[in-house]
Design a protein around this ligand. Structure first.
Ligand code: 6GU
Length: 248
């Protein structure tokens, strides 16, 4: 069994409790989904690596301005003591990601790249830095951060939700990790289209019936139906994705 660790630095580690303890992610983390590959999340509390008498993790920005800024020395200490020393790993073996609006916008293509970093043997270990307050001292970013990733054009109060979004979407592409090898190939956005509509019990609901073709068990007809419906749904809900297909 091969194990990979992902390190997450946060001032609010509780954010990750339900992520780690619910649904398919929790099963995967407990090794219930794959016998070959297991993943370990290490959530490191930045506050445990604060320095000096006051144990502050943030301070007023030089030059003034709204809010507080996370201290470079405290963050560097969390990396150096909390990861490198604690887990006996060298700096060169870490790939440090700072989820931030300054990054490129996250999409499935980036999720696949990250999934390879998670799964492949010779890749570095991933570290996610969750920012809070008005940001992080630029000198820490300059010396430590290897990659910035944004999850969209809006500003969150902290990087925790962004980190979970990035990890959740990426883990779906880690081979065999969530089980059901086919499903992410079929799923939304894979080919710049959205998913076909799904139906389950009961066969009739408020006067609406499940499409006949899905009840027939004719595999080829069902495949054709799914492709056609996926196209229809994309035209209806996300025509912009079809333009992307033509461009690409
Ligand atoms: Cl990655 N972090 C924060 N704090 N806000 C964001 C973001 C990330 N992406 C968009 N807004």
């Amino acid at each position: 069994m091969r194990t990979k660790t992902i390190y997450i630095l946060s001032l609010f580690p509780d954010y990750f409790d339900s992520f780690q303890n619910s649904g398919v992610i929790s099963k995967a983390l407990n090794g219930e989904r794959s016998s070959e590959f297991s993943l370990n999340l290490e959530i490191i509390n930045i506050r445990d690596y604060s320095l000096g008498n006051y144990k502050s993790v943030d301070a007023y920005p030089y030059g003034g301005g709204a809010g507080m800024v996370m201290r470079a020395d405290v963050l560097a200490n969390s990396i150096n003591e909390g990861i490198i020393k604690q887990f006996e790993i060298s700096r060169e073996d870490l790939h440090i990601i700072y989820p931030s609006p300054r990054g490129h916008t996250f999409d499935n293509k980036m999720a696949k790249k990250i999934s390879k970093k998670i799964f492949n043997e010779n890749e570095k270990e991933l570290v996610f830095i969750c920012g809070r307050y008005e940001g992080i001292d630029e000198r820490f970013l300059q010396n430590y951060v290897d990659e910035y990733i944004s999850i969209g054009n809006y500003v969150l109060t902290g990087g925790e939700l962004a980190t979970m979004s990035i990890l959740d979407a990426s883990l779906r592409f880690v081979e065999g990790f969530l089980g059901n090898k086919n499903s992410n190939i079929e799923e939304s956005f894979q080919d710049n289209s959205i998913e076909y509509p799904q139906f389950t019990k009961p066969r009739e609901f408020e006067g609406l019936c499940v499409p006949e073709v899905l009840l027939g068990g004719h595999h080829k007809n069902i495949q054709e139906y799914k492709i056609e419906q996926s196209l229809e749904m994309t035209k209806k809900f996300r025509p912009d994705l079809l333009e992307k297909t033509i461009e690409s």
